[in-house]
Each structure stands twice: as C-alpha cells, then as structure tokens.
Design a binder for this molecule. Structure first.
Ligand SMILES: *Cc1c(COP(=O)(O)O)cnc(C)c1O
Length: 467
C-alpha cells in the first residue's frame, strides 16, 4: 500500500483537509554528487564523537556473521561486537525469521493493562536462568533506562517503607549509562564534567582487593544507615577500560551490604549472556543481588531493550492500597513484542551446545594468546574474563580515554579489516560468539603485527616513551 498524499499537498480549510492536486511534492532529492559520508556529515551527530575532528563515518551497507561490509566493498571483522552487543553475528537468519513473523503478527501494544506472549515467555525464560531470588521483570529500552528503573526501585523501596535512605554507593570508575541517574552513579570523568553539580551525591569506593576490603567495609559502615543501595558492574568495569576484579572479593562486599540492609543492584548490561564465560557474572558469585540490569546482548544485539529484574522482597514493597506506592515508571515501547521476540530467539541460540562450546573455545584461545602477548615488550596488564580479553600498551602518559595511541591503533586495524576500538591505550577483544578458530587466529596475528608496526611509528612520533 502506498501513501499517496504527503503532508505538503494537504491543507486545512474550514477545519477540513483539502488535497491540493496542483502541488507536486516529492521527498528532497538527494544531491547526486554527495556520497553517503558527505550526506551523513550534513545531517548526523554521532555518539561520543567530537564532530569537528572526527574522520568521516564509514558507511556500512550489510552485515553477515562477524563481518560488516562498507559501501566500497571492504569487509571488516567486528571484533568489538558493535559496542559489545552482537552475540551471534550480524543479520542472523534465525533471529531475522522470528522477528519477521512477529512483525506480521503484533508489532507493538501498550504494556499497561495489556500483555503478550513474547513478554511472558521472555520473562519466564530469563528468570529461569537467573539467581532464584529474581522473580519479577520490568521492561525498558536500553542499559541506561534499566539502571534508572533499578535506582528508582531502591529509592522508592525505602520511601514506601518510610525509611530515610537516599544515598547510593558505587565504585570509582563505574559506568552505568548516560541518562542523569545512570550518569550520577557513574564515576566522575570528562564525560560527566559539564553536568557536575546536577548529578546527585554518591559515595564512591574502590573496587575490592584482598588488601582494601576491611577499609571499604569501614567506609560503608560510616554511612550504612543512609545508603539505599549499592550499584556495581560485577567482575569487570567495561567502559572504564575493562578493569577486572575478583568474584570472591565482590562476594565479601555483597555479604557486608546484605548484613547492613543495603540493597544491591548488579548491572549485568555488559557481562550478561555469556560474555564472562558463564551465562551471567552472577554465576561466579555465591551472594545474590536484589536487582539485576540487562541490555546489550539481551536481544543478541539486534534491537534496543532493557530489563530490570528484582526479588519479591522489592516487588512486594510496592504492593499497597496507597497509590503513592506505585512504581510510576514506563516507556512508550515497554516490552515491545519485536524486541522480546529477538531476545527469545537470541537466548535460544545462546543455549545451544554449539554456541556454548564456541564460547569455551574463545575463552581457551584468549588464554593461550595472552601468553603470547605477555612476551611482548610493549604490552602490560593483560587480563581476561571469559570472552573478554584486554591489555595495555606501555605508555608514559597515564591510561586515559584520550590517549593518542588509541586512534593510531584504531586506524591501523581498520586498514587490516578489523574493527577494534581501544579505550585510550587499553585494547580489548569482545568478539561475537560465532567467530571461528581461524578468524580468531587472524585477529591475533594482526594484533601482534600492528603492535610491532605501530609502536615503531609511535616511538618516532614521540607519543610513546623511549624506555
Ligand atoms: C553500556 C552499559 C550501560 C548503558 O547501556 P546503554 O544501552 O548504552 O544505555 C550500562 N551499564 C553498563 C555496565 C554498560 O556497559
């Protein structure tokens, strides 16, 4: 079915729409001489991008498996899973088929007063895989909103119980998203600087080690009565540069929070769905969080969706005849049936023996490669959690997002057909699970090649130190 009339040749006369056939309207004609990059530059503002100095964005026309194809016919291995979201590769035919069927059945419905099978099934399937205290699912649109919902649950939990608890505990260097609440509980950095005073107060502590645990407990104890919740990225702080810490130490902190009646929000937006080598980071922990957040890999990286799960203890605190105790939060697209279906299909693929075996293979191969990396004179701080491998390029400057070496490396990998996105001098691999052994070897070889080559260039440019 075509839409015959556009808004431009319809006018309103005496409260009636008149279609003006004399007007011949068509969509703006794309200037024929402009290519995709020039058209993009004219109209688009990209995320986390200084548009003044950024190179032109590469137009991607197609994806298949671990590969992305640009408009010039070049192909790239997506070694960062497109910002950590793609689990089973691009344009996965099974997810496409399921979403397409759903698209022809029910594309969207208001989720207040109505429900649908994909949301019910997804909640059932997900809860089945989570720690058994997780019993309710709240849907939203992305990782940041999943975090907002979690924070609101905790603050209102205290409010509903008439307790004065409104401080939040978080880790230094944390990243929980870019909306205001999520930004507030993230480490203060150049990203949050312009909003300084507007972010609410948070008690920031270091990530736990065997040495600092007691001192961390002391810091918490000093504020224990006021702290509503503790939010953390379990095992790995992704955006901060893939900083890793031990499950056993987190367990101790969690136990201490539980004893002090501090609710725990486990942000598994990045770590969820197999990234850590287990289905969830929760599978490394014996303590159970009260609330969990998911997004990124939730739909296999095909559609935006966020989920916040919680225990019945949290949920029950909102049950009341008093309407002020309701959780007044929702988004237009809450539990969108297409996104739910994509998530169901992705989780089916994830639990296949073939996928789980391949996750194991990635973990093993990363472990072996890290031994090779360890021998490289310019590499340090090699670390791995499951399918996530990270390392740093030795450098005089302090590790920082703006470290120049990042851009040099990024471009060099692109030339070799691999998408890597270093965080400053921190390099990492977060590949889709469908990657083969040979494809991993190809990436590893190029990493060594690029390290040798780039470091020579960089040394000449005096970006790196000479020692
Ligand atoms: C990416 C990320 C978020 C934010 O998710 P968005 O979908 O980008 O809003 C939150 N928490 C963690 C741990 C993340 O890695």
């Amino acid at each position: 079915m075509n839409c015959e009339y556009s808004i431009v040749n319809i006018r309103l006369e005496n409260s009636q729409f008149i279609i003006d056939h004399s007007q011949n309207y068509s969509l703006p004609i794309t200037p024929l001489l402009m290519n995709l990059q020039e058209r993009d530059r004219a109209v688009n503002w990209h995320p986390y991008t200084q548009m003044k100095t950024a190179d032109d964005a590469i137009p991607i026309v197609r994806g298949k498996g671990i590969y992305l194809f640009d408009d010039q016919g070049n192909k790239y291995i997506d070694a960062v899973s497109s910002w950590w979201v793609t689990l089973h590769g691009h344009a996965h035919p099974y997810i496409a088929q399921r979403v397409s069927e759903q698209l022809n059945t029910l594309e969207q419905v208001i989720f207040a007063g109505f429900t649908h099978e994909p949301a019910i099934q997804l909640s059932e399937n997900l809860l089945n895989l989570l720690p058994e205290n997780q019993e309710k699912v709240f849907y939203s649109d992305n990782g940041s909103t999943a975090v907002e919902v979690a924070l609101k649950m905790c603050i209102q939990f205290a409010y509903n119980k008439e307790k004065e608890k409104n401080k939040i505990l978080a880790f230094k260097n944390a990243y929980h998203g870019d909306t205001f609440g999520a930004m507030s509980v993230s480490g203060r950095s150049v990203w949050t600087k312009p909003f300084g005073e507007m972010l609410f107060e948070v008690i920031f502590i270091d990530t736990p080690t065997s040495e600092n645990l007691e001192s961390l407990k002391n810091q918490i104890e000093n504020h224990a009565d006021e702290i509503a919740c503790f939010i953390y990225e379990p095992l790995i702080q992704g955006a901060a540069g893939m900083l890793m810490y031990e499950a056993q130490h987190l367990d101790e902190l969690m136990k201490f929070c539980r004893e002090n009646e501090i609710l725990m929000i486990q942000d598994e937006v990045f770590t969820g769905f197999g990234r850590t080598g287990k289905l969830f980071a929760a599978n490394y922990l014996s303590e159970k969080p009260d609330i969990m957040c998911f997004s990124k890999g939730l739909t296999g990286g095909t559609m935006p969706m966020g989920i916040t799960t919680c225990s019945n203890e949290i949920f029950n605190a909102f049950l009341s005849d008093d309407k002020y105790k309701t959780l007044f939060h929702g988004h237009s697209f809450t539990a969108n049936p297409l996104a739910c279906t994509a998530a169901l299909a992705s989780m089916e693929l994830l639990l296949k023996e073939e996928t789980l075996n391949n996750i194991n293979l990635i973990c093993e191969k990363h472990l072996n490669f890290s031994k090779t990396l360890r021998q490289h004179s310019k590499v340090e701080n090699i670390r791995q959690t499951g399918t996530i491998l990270a390392w740093e390029i030795k450098n005089d400057e302090q590790t920082s997002y703006f470290n120049e070496i990042g851009k040099i490396l990024y471009n060099e990998f692109l030339k070799r057909g691999i998408i890597m996105r270093p965080l400053g001098n921190v390099m990492y691999l977060v590949p889709p699970y469908c990657i083969t052994s040979d494809e991993l070897d190809f990436i590893y070889q190029n990493i060594i090649g690029v390290l040798n080559q780039t470091i020579n260039i960089a040394e000449k440019q005096n970006i790196l130190s000479n020692n």
